[in-house]
Design a binder for this molecule. Structure first.
Ligand code: CP
Length: 302
């Protein structure tokens, strides 16, 4: 694999190989990427993706260079994304990039001489490495992917991580997806059409409590303030789908609650002690999945 732009690039076999490598990295470090350099280009805020990629690279013996949006880079002078990528790809062996524009990762990949890893692009784009770690979390916590039912809750329209998860489910025909949202934030048609083409069962509803009764995985999302520009609309949507302790306690035995994080109140703090709460373990799984991904991509180009 040269670039990772969208999750559909993976097939089930490639995912399984990646997950086996990720599991082998649990609690381990090595020097397999010594001498390699990863550039972290974040044109948008990030805690988990940026730091976990950086930590993953360091744990594999590699080095990290960074560029942030704002005053310290030539973006502030008006340099285009294309020009920045043509330059930075001469400094690094891989570029991990987050950008506010949907399609930015594909644009960067088209002009980069080194692998570009999409760390999230735009509100209608993708976050493929998040989907990989979400799926890995499901495999680790439930022990299988086949036959799983997943409810994705809240902000489905402007949430690239939810879009990527839905796309990857397209590879697992016997999974069932339930989209739980208001009509305004419902899953976009491109994802639904993809699922139909791949014969994946899906349904949608506005009734969260009813939808969560029998699911194996609850995937909660944030109502993203940065992507819903209209204040009135944001206030209307915020707080509509809250997972509190009473919702968590109503889940079936063995069901898990996951969330890409950050959360801003859509899972209340008292859920953290619930046996269903997995979202902080999910963060740890993200680290080893990103180690495996860097090793796979940079190992191939070694
Ligand atoms: N899940 C996720 O992408 O988190 P960050 O925005 O902190 O990277």
């Amino acid at each position: 694999m040269q670039h990772l732009v969208e999750i559909q690039q993976f097939d089930r076999e490639a995912i399984q190989r990646l997950f086996e490598l990720a599991s082998s990295y649990e609690g381990k470090r090595d020097e397999s990427l010594r001498g390699k350099i990863m550039a972290a280009l974040f044109y948008e805020p990030s805690t988990r993706t940026r730091l976990s990629f950086s930590s993953a690279m360091a744990r594999l013996g590699g080095s990290i260079i960074t560029m942030e949006s704002g005053g310290t880079s030539s973006q502030a002078k008006g340099e285009t994304l294309d020009d920045s990528i043509k330059v930075i790809s001469q400094y690094a062996d891989a570029i991990v990039m987050r950008h506010h524009e949907t399609g930015a990762a594909a644009r960067a990949a088209a002009v980069s001489s080194v692998p570009v890893i999409n760390a999230g692009d735009g509100n209608m784009g993708q976050h493929p490495t998040q989907a990989l770690l979400d799926l890995y979390t499901i495999q680790r916590e439930i022990g299988r992917q086949d036959g799983i039912s997943i409810a994705i809750v809240g902000n489905l329209r402007y949430y690239r991580a939810a879009r990527s998860l839905a796309y990857i489910v397209g590879k697992y025909k016997d999974m069932h997806l339930t989209f739980v949202s208001s009509p305004e934030l419902s899953m976009a048609d491109d994802v639904k059409e993809y699922l139909d083409r791949h014969h994946v069962q899906w349904s949608e509803t506005a009734d969260m409590r009813e939808a969560l009764k029998e699911v194996d995985v609850v995937y909660q999302t944030r109502i993203a303030r940065e992507w819903i520009k209209n204040d009135e609309e944001y206030e209307k949507q915020r707080g509509r789908y809250i997972i509190d302790r009473s919702v968590a306690d109503s889940l079936k035995d063995g069901a898990i609650i996951i969330h890409p994080l950050p959360r801003i109140g859509e899972i209340t703090d008292d859920v953290d002690t619930s046996p269903h709460a997995v979202y902080f373990r999910q963060v740890g799984y993200g680290l080893i999945v990103r180690m495996a991904l860097l090793r796979t991509i940079l190992g191939e180009s070694a």
